[in-house]
Ligand binder design. Structure first.
Ligand SMILES: N[C@@H](CCC(=O)N[C@@H](CS)C(=O)NCC(=O)O)C(=O)O
Length: 210
């Protein structure tokens, strides 16, 4: 049986959770409680020395320790539905948008949150090493996030999906990034009609409620 090391409140494992659901992959889930720093415990370090979630244990015991590996593996092993594209051009478009959403969206929320939240003092980056907060990065993160929302809104003009004319991994990553931005009080508004329309249509997919 495949096992997902998950945390229901965190954005990165939500990406893996939605992907597993979209591909209908049966699996077990183990919750790792980030609020009580369980990811830094000796027990979890033995599972994943990077001290992050998600991690996916596959049947032969191999541990996949990030969304990049989990996505590559699941797409290769369960090709349908195709979420990384079918043609070379589709694959390139999807890879490009997925990277932009990670860098301009998810990383911006992480900068804003992790450099400001008192509970994350000394934990400005995930992983086994402690890093101090840089308050200016929190402000920059919020600015980048506002720009990211404008970018997505513009991209979605006259489009149903972010990267191509079909649902893809880029839509999953974007739903997770847009939803998690609420934690730093950035939300789609009337300035983002295309983004709002797309998010409403994504809500009709059962996996997006995970
Ligand atoms: N590259 C990783 C990033 C994973 C990541 O940053 N996970 C966060 C939760 S969203 C984490 O494990 N944080 C632990 C911590 O803050 O110590 C991926 O996308 O798989």
């Amino acid at each position: 049986m495949i096992t997902l090391y998950d945390c229901t409140t965190a954005p990165s494992p939500r990406r893996a959770r939605i992907l597993l659901a979209e591909k209908c992959v049966a699996h077990e889930t183990v919750q790792v409680d980030l609020k009580s720093s369980e990811q830094l415990s000796d027990a979890y370090r033995k599972v994943n020395p990077q001290c992050t979630v998600p991690a996916l244990r596959i049947e032969d015991g191999t541990l996949l320790t990030d969304n990049a590996a989990i996505t590559a593996y699941l797409e290769a092993r369960y090709p349908e539905p195709r979420l990384l594209g079918s043609t070379p051009i589709e694959m390139a478009e999807i890879a490009s948008w997925n990277w932009r959403i990670e860098f301009e969206g998810l990383m911006a929320v992480a900068e804003a949150l992790r450099n400001s939240a008192p509970a994350m003092a000394n934990r400005a980056l995930p992983g086994p090493v402690d890093y101090q907060q840089i308050p200016e990065l929190a402000q920059r993160g919020v600015s980048r996030l506002q720009q990211f929302f404008a970018t997505l809104n513009e991209r979605l003009t006259g489009r149903d999906f972010i990267a191509t004319d079909r649902f893809s991994i880029a839509d999953i990553t974007a739903v997770v990034a847009v939803d998690f931005a609420r934690i730093v009080k950035v939300k789609p508004s009337e300035q983002h009609p295309n983004l709002q329309r797309w998010r409403e249509s994504m809500a009709r997919r059962p996996a997006m409620s995970l």
